[in-house]
Design a protein around this ligand. Structure first.
Ligand code: AKB
Length: 315
C-alpha cells in the first residue's frame, strides 16, 4: 500500500481497536492515529487533530502523505443531545473537512461510520431495510444522515471512493464508551465483575441491534478491501450482529456471574433507544460484499467477561 492511513477519533470505542488491527495489517509505520485528546504511552504514530480545524487535518495529510482515511471522530447519541449545535459542527463540519481534504489531496479511499441512529419513527422497527426513509429524532442521527448525503454527493460529483457502515450498538471490553445510548451493554460487565449492582437506564425489554467489536472491525476492514465495483450503496450499508434487550443479556451474564444484580431506572436514553430499530435487514451488505456476522450472544458474553476480568485483573 502506497502512502499511509489516517484514523481520526482514534481514542474512541472503535478507534481503540481499529488502530491495533490496521497497524497489525499494514505495519505501525503505515498508520497515523489521531484524536482531539492526547494518547498517553501510545505505541503508534500519533497526531493531535481537531477535525473541525481543516488546517490541522490538511497539515497531517501532507506531512504523512496520507492516502486512506478512517474518519471515526464524532459526538455520539447521548452526549449529542446536551449540545446539538456542537454535535452538528463536529459530526458534519468535521466530515466536510475530511471530504474537502480528500478531494484536494487525492485521498484514494475513505471510511465513514454511520449508525442505526439514522432511523426514526417512520422506519420499519423489525428488519429495517437499507433504503428506509431516514427521519432521525436525535442530533446524532440528523448529523449522521446528513453526512451520508454528503458522502453520496462527493462520490457522485468528485468520484471519491467512500465506504460506510451503519453500526449497531457495539460491545467491546477494550474501553468504556461514553455518551453512547447502548453503553449499558458494556457497563453492566464492569459492574458484574466488580460484584456491584447495576442501574440500567433502559427498560428491560428495550431490544436493540447490537454487534461484537470483532465483527464490527472485521466488517470495516472487509468493506474497505472489496473492489469499488461491489459498493452499490453510496450512502451507508446496514449491518447487524444480533438483537437483544437488557433482560436477555442479563440472563446470559448470570450464567457466569449468578449473583449479578440489576435495577431499571430509565432516563432520557430510553426515549432515544425507543426510536431506533429492533432489528436490521443487512441483506444488501451480505449480497454486495459478503458480510456475515460470526458472534452470537452466549459467545459475546463469555468474551466480554473474560476481557473485562483480564483488563481489570479480576480472577
Ligand atoms: C450510540 O448508542 O450512540 C451508538 C450507536 C448506536 O451509533 N452506539
Amino acid at each position: 500500500m502506497s502512502g499511509r492511513i489516517l484514523i481520526t477519533g482514534a481514542n474512541g470505542q472503535l478507534g481503540t481497536v481499529l488502530s491495533h488491527e490496521l497497524t497489525k495489517k499494514h505495519g505501525i509505520e503505515k498508520v497515523v492515529v489521531s484524536d482531539i485528546n492526547p494518547q498517553t504511552n501510545t505505541p503508534f504514530i500519533f497526531e493531535k487533530v481537531n477535525v473541525c480545524e481543516s488546517c490541522e487535518l490538511n497539515a497531517v495529510i501532507v506531512k504523512y502523505q496520507i492516502t486512506q482515511i478512517y474518519h471515526l471522530a464524532a459526538i455520539l447519541s447521548a452526549d449529542g443531545e446536551s449540545d446539538p449545535l456542537r454535535s452538528w459542527k463536529v459530526n458534519v463540519e468535521g466530515w466536510l473537512n475530511v471530504l474537502e481534504a480528500a478531494r484536494k489531496h487525492n485521498i484514494q479511499k475513505l471510511f465513514f461510520p454511520s449508525t442505526i441512529g439514522v432511523f426514526g419513527p417512520l422506519s420499519a422497527k423489525v428488519d429495517t431495510p437499507n433504503n428506509s426513509f431516514l427521519d432521525p429524532l436525535t442530533v446524532y442521527g440528523v448529523s449522521k444522515s446528513a453526512c451520508e448525503l454528503w458522502s453520496n454527493y462527493y462520490a457522485m460529483k468528485y468520484g471519491l471512493d467512500i465506504r460506510s457502515i451503519r453500526y449497531p450498538g457495539v460491545m467491546s471490553y477494550q474501553s468504556i464508551p461514553e455518551g453512547v445510548t447502548t453503553d449499558y451493554a458494556v457497563e453492566m460487565f464492569y459492574y458484574a465483575i466488580k460484584e456491584k449492582p447495576y442501574i440500567c437506564y433502559l427498560e428491560k425489554n428495550t431490544r436493540l441491534p447490537m454487534i461484537y467489536i470483532d465483527d464490527a472491525i472485521r466488517a470495516t476492514l472487509e468493506i474497505m478491501d472489496v473492489p469499488i465495483e461491489k459498493i452499490n450503496v453510496k450512502s451507508s450499508y446496514n449491518i447487524s450482529g444480533l438483537s437483544f434487550d437488557p433482560e436477555m443479556i442479563t440472563a446470559e451474564l448470570r450464567a457466569h456471574i449468578p449473583n449479578f444484580q440489576i435495577r431499571y431506572q430509565p432516563d432520557f436514553r430510553q426515549q432515544i433507544a425507543a426510536q431506533w430499530p429492533i432489528s436490521i435487514d443487512d441483506s444488501q451488505a451480505r449480497k454486495d460484499w459478503g458480510w456475515k456476522p460470526k458472534y452470537c450472544l452466549d459467545e459475546i458474553v463469555a468474551l466480554m467477561i473474560e476481557g473485562f476480568r483480564s483488563a481489570f485483573n479480576e480472577k
